[in-house]
Design a protein around this ligand. Sequence first.
Ligand SMILES: CC(C)(COP(=O)(O)OP(=O)(O)OC[C@H]1O[C@@H](n2cnc3c(N)ncnc32)[C@H](O)[C@@H]1OP(=O)(O)O)[C@@H](O)C(=O)NCCC(=O)NCCS
Length: 296
Amino acid sequence: MIARIRNMTTEDIGPLGEILYESFSSGASKHGYAPKMQRVEIGKAWAWALFHYGSNELLIAEVENSIAGMCCLSPRGDLGGVGPVVVNAKFQGYRIGSQMMAALLERAGNQQSLRLIQEAFNPASFSLFYSHKFMPVTQLLDLVRDGETGKQLEPCGQVNEVQQHDLPAVYDYDRPRSTSDRRKDLAYYARWGKVFVYREQSHIRGFLACLPGSGSLQLGPLLADGEEEAVHLFRHALGVYGNRPMQTRVMARDYLLARALMGMGFKLYCLNNLMVRGAWHPGRYIEAFGIFPEGV
Ligand SMILES: CC(C)(COP(=O)(O)OP(=O)(O)OC[C@H]1O[C@@H](n2cnc3c(N)ncnc32)[C@H](O)[C@@H]1OP(=O)(O)O)[C@@H](O)C(=O)NCCC(=O)NCCS
């Protein structure tokens, strides 16, 4: 099946929201997982936000005037982020995903590395990305916390909420450690959510972005010098936001952090692969990932 690839327009927001909701929900239930989006409105809000604040490249695949799928690319310096990549359920298995990835890689042109997050239970997306030279470099734990855990945590004294004028300091901390240019993302998190910073004697040792959504509260991205700082940041966020449903994704290698989060009421939803095309590899810092706008 041959698809026409074009840029997303405002008219695509509604139908794409339905495709995001239906494809991710049916993909999860096919493998025995509960859907993460409870209502189609969450898919529509995601499509709206992608169009207005998300990726630089939003590609639509069209077959006979129907939307067959979409994929997104966000260049962040030399390291580009890919996703979401989604194909309408009735077009799956006809190489629409492969055609979209080929078009996206052409647009990615001079990006040294690209990375994405793949749900490990999904063999179709693994095959798709692997055949386009994305290699798994580490595993992530996709963690969720429901709003009924009943544990109330105290905010941490060494953590503060960043104001707009503090953002350059957070950016200066983040840029060399993540090797990603997330200036635009940080401004978005500070405007629509909260960015918490952990300081020791006025030196930044870590930050955590929190974004409330129409579904659960997204915790991440996080970057911290060590697991201890990361735990303080998460504890603080839980102290501020209380018993709201939440989700985050941490590296499985960061055992102490993952155990601490489970002690705070988070449960494992699924494993994810962090997949990279190019030379980029995770550094020695602690990282966690949200979903939007910087899923990776
Ligand atoms: C993952 C997804 C985008 C694939 O799109 P698609 O158009 O169906 O995939 P294609 O037909 O282009 O096939 C791509 C590869 O997956 C393989 N594949 C397709 N369906 C498969 C299945 N059910 N099981 C195993 N492999 C499968 C194909 O053989 C092909 O592999 P190859 O390139 O090595 O030959 C689509 O299934 C989807 O939207 N899923 C739900 C959302 C999602 O999980 N998105 C990815 C996370 S961001």
